[in-house]
Design a protein around this ligand. Structure first.
Ligand SMILES: *[C@@H]1O[C@H](CO)[C@@H](O)[C@H](O)[C@H]1NC(C)=O
Ligand SMILES: *[C@@H]1O[C@H](CO)[C@@H](O)[C@H](O)[C@H]1NC(C)=O
Ligand SMILES: *[C@@H]1O[C@H](CO)[C@@H](O)[C@H](O)[C@H]1NC(C)=O
Ligand SMILES: *[C@@H]1O[C@H](CO)[C@@H](O)[C@H](O)[C@H]1NC(C)=O
Ligand SMILES: *[C@@H]1O[C@H](CO)[C@@H](O)[C@H](O)[C@H]1NC(C)=O
Ligand SMILES: *[C@@H]1O[C@H](CO)[C@@H](O)[C@H](O)[C@H]1NC(C)=O
Length: 422
């Protein structure tokens, strides 16, 4: 409020300096008092607006626009349907806004702009699955079913809820035209004053319009927040901002991860693989394991296979046949239980397949391994994990014939959990 007061006086000085200097001093105290009074009125009016959005914030008129329904799969922020007021629309996670993000009740008692709708986002539309995989779209995430690959990989994207997202409000802009003159007409002795969208009437005689701080006004709205992360008030409006590593989405409200690996914004070396994570990236390097009496060779950037064993080397033939490495990027506080990863045997040999979880206590605290069909095991996340964190788990698949082990295949899964829930 103090900053705004100085601002008002500053504006006043600018206006007055163009006039006679003698009048300045006389007028200054009178105007200052009047402006302070105006600001007090403004504060009262904003309070009124917040506490009882249905009531008029100005004396000018009490006319209202017709009731506006929230869009299907979305919500409406702002209850006041009075002239000059605006309402905002937000969509549920997995849906994107079609049409204006906000609408203003006009003097003609109609809403400006077109009707708003929330459209389902089909994550598969961008064909994210490589190597002929089939994409299966679900609300807010998708997974790829691979054609003829050894493993099936589940891909999870941000599962966010605006009610739980970490949000903060940045200080209101301290510069810019936060105060503007109003437009008044006199009909039958009654003065009607209106403001541009995003401004509200202030001043003793409704001659001034002051910027509405949408960030403050909708900060704790029951219907949700304007911005998933941070809200920045601007003259006549607001914008949402995102933490480093994220970009504001098309609807201007949420944050989407920047793929540093795709845009060369990473510093991974040639022998490393860049893994894009939510809000950041990781450089990883696969080195084949060192196991006594067995040697491994890298058959692909993410896979090591055991070299043939000599007949008398029992320790070698008991060592795992292969190690494969997988890196998953997930958002913090992902709801659980949920499947993170599936391992399948393509051409099982033997009469029995077993799936089990290796990797110590830390792995057991967060994961479990289940069988999902005869040839497939799945790694389940058992409880939500708060990021930032890196978790590791190993899934072992073993093939047996009359209880005699035929082979062991290890899949190492590293999960990068982001700091934010988006
Ligand atoms: C203003 O509202 C009151 C009560 O809701 C109503 O009685 C009155 O007719 C309204 N006046 C105008 C000009 O719409
Ligand atoms: C999983 O998602 C990441 C990041 O969006 C992407 O780089 C990767 O290619 C995806 N993997 C699959 C199998 O879709
Ligand atoms: C972020 O989004 C803006 C506007 O949509 C775009 O101009 C910019 O290139 C994006 N930045 C990155 C790093 O993707
Ligand atoms: C990459 O850059 C980050 C800082 O941006 C630094 O902390 C990290 O050590 C660098 N990594 C390599 C491999 O140079
Ligand atoms: C491991 O290999 C060494 C030499 O190659 C051999 O002497 C030893 O018996 C092997 N150990 C086992 C447990 O097979
Ligand atoms: C995690 O998510 C749950 C429900 O989705 C929510 O109640 C909880 O507050 C979240 N925890 C944190 C630390 O954000």
């Amino acid at each position: 409020m103090l900053a705004k007061t100085f601002l008002a006086i500053y504006f006043l000085l600018l206006i007055l300096l163009s006039g006679s200097l003698k009048q300045v001093q006389k007028l200054l105290s009178a105007h200052e008092a009047s402006y302070l009074q105006s600001l007090r009125n403004l504060k009262k009016k904003i309070n009124l607006l917040q506490s009882n959005a249905g009531k008029q914030a100005t004396r000018a008129t009490n006319s209202t626009c017709p009731k506006l329904e929230p869009p299907v799969n979305g919500r409406k922020l702002g209850k006041s349907h009075s002239v000059g007021h605006e309402v905002h629309f937000v969509c549920d996670p997995g849906f994107e806004l079609v049409g204006p993000e906000s609408r203003v009740c006009q003097e003609s008692l109609t809403w400006n702009g077109q009707q708003t709708a929330c459209r389902y986002i089909n994550e598969c539309a961008s064909s994210p699955c490589l190597n002929g995989g089939t994409c299966v779209d679900e609300v807010n995430h998708f997974f790829c079913v691979c054609a003829k690959v050894f493993v099936t990989m589940t891909n999870t994207s941000a599962a966010t809820s605006p009610d739980t997202a970490a949000a903060s409000t940045m200080p209101a802009a301290t510069s810019g035209p936060l105060v503007r003159p109003s437009r008044c007409t006199i009909t039958q002795g009654t003065t009607h004053c209106t403001c541009e969208p995003g401004y509200t009437i202030s001043g003793r005689d409704s001659t001034t319009c002051t910027d509405i701080d949408e960030c403050e006004l909708f900060h704790n709205g029951q219907a949700g927040k304007l911005c998933l992360h941070a809200c920045v008030n601007t003259p006549g409006g607001y914008r949402c901002s995102c933490p480093a590593g994220y970009n504001v989405t098309r609807d201007g409200r949420s944050c989407k991860d920047i793929d540093e690996c795709a845009t060369r914004q990473n510093n991974c070396t040639k022998d490393q693989t860049c893994i894009n994570t939510y809000g950041s990236f990781q450089c990883v390097r696969v080195d084949c394991p060192k196991i006594p009496n067995a040697t491994y060779v890298k058959t692909s950037p993410m896979r090591c296979e055991r070299n043939p064993c000599s007949v008398d080397n029992k320790a070698c033939s008991q060592a795992p046949n292969s190690f494969s490495y997988h890196y998953l990027a997930v958002v913090s506080n992902l709801s659980a239980p949920r499947v993170m990863f599936r391992v399948s045997a393509m051409r099982p040999i033997g009469d029995t397949l077993r799936f089990s979880l290796l990797g110590g206590r830390q792995a057991r605290r967060h994961f479990t391994v289940q069988r999902s069909d005869r040839v497939t095991g799945q790694l389940m996340l058992v409880s939500p994990v708060q990021g930032p964190a890196t978790l590791e788990a190993e899934v072992e698949m073993s093939e047996l014939e009359r209880r005699v082990p035929l082979g062991r295949y290890i899949t190492k899964v590293t999960m990068f959990v982001s700091q934010y829930e988006f």
